[in-house]
Write a protein that binds this ligand. Structure first.
Ligand code: C5P
Length: 240
């Protein structure tokens, strides 16, 4: 059985390298992966990744959500694989050749996750963008369709909401990873924020999530290390 801590992906959603380093020092050995997104990567780049790899006592998830022509994505992916990150993201988008190019260029060194449908996208946006009414009105169907495309292209899994994790695991098998953001612990004290469709860590792992992305409840806690431990306890409860 995996250690409950390994389920936790902590996003380093801060603007400066100093802030990121402080969080990594507090949480080293307490989470499974540190997630570095566009903001921090643009400001601090590959150097920070090397530092986290050395000091973090955890894996690295480089969340750049690539979306471009297959050749450009392949060349970017080759660079990402050279950084020795464990996971990265590519939009499922419309073009399976882009996903295949990403997987090929990752050479099995970096797991490629497909981003299905961003949680900021709603039904009205999908109608406006010209999706058929059947897909625009049923976002979960669109998520499943994109997850199938990601699996066919060789992706290791997808980023999806906890609500979709169960259906995706059932349809695509236990080895296809479901990584779920929008996690709020039962003891949450952060107050209402921009995550609308939330789940607790226990609910998410019970739904089949292989990893949970959980940021602000840990980052903004008085004691982030203690908050991470409490999240791991909730994961353990969900696995029991
Ligand atoms: O737990 P918290 O809401 O602070 O986590 C925010 C992180 O989750 C950000 O890094 C964001 O990129 C990521 N994320 C998300 N919703 C998605 C995909 C990723 O909030 N659908």
């Amino acid at each position: 059985m995996r250690d409950p801590r390994d389920y936790i992906i902590f996003p380093l959603d801060v603007a400066t390298r100093n802030d990121a380093e402080a969080l990594v020092r507090q949480l080293a050995g307490r989470v499974g992966l540190f997630k570095i997104g566009l903001e921090l990567f643009i400001r601090s780049g590959p150097d920070l990744i090397r530092w986290v790899r050395g000091e973090g006592g955890a894996g690295i998830f480089l969340d750049l959500k690539l979306h471009d022509i297959p050749m450009t994505v392949a060349r970017a992916m080759a660079g990402i694989a050279d950084l020795q990150v464990d996971m990265t993201t590519v939009h499922c988008g419309e073009n399976p050749r882009m996903l295949e190019a990403a997987v090929d260029a990752g050479q099995g060194r970096t797991k490629v996750l497909g981003v299905t449908v961003l949680t900021s996208v709603g039904t009205a946006d999908l109608h406006q963008a010209g999706f058929t009414p059947a897909l625009a009105d049923d976002v979960e169907a669109l998520v499943r369709r994109r997850a199938e495309a990601a699996q066919a292209a060789g992706c290791a899994g997808v980023v999806c909401s906890g609500r979709e994790a169960h259906a995706i695991k059932r349809a695509l098998g236990p080895d296809f990873l479901a990584v779920t953001p929008g996690i709020r612990p039962a003891w949450e004290s952060v107050g209402p924020d921009d995550q609308q469709r939330v789940m607790t860590p226990a609910e998410a792992v019970r739904s089949g999530a292989d990893y949970i992305v959980i940021g602000r409840p840990i980052r903004d806690a008085v004691d982030p290390a203690r908050a991470a431990r409490r999240v791991a306890d909730e994961v353990a409860e969900g696995l029991a």
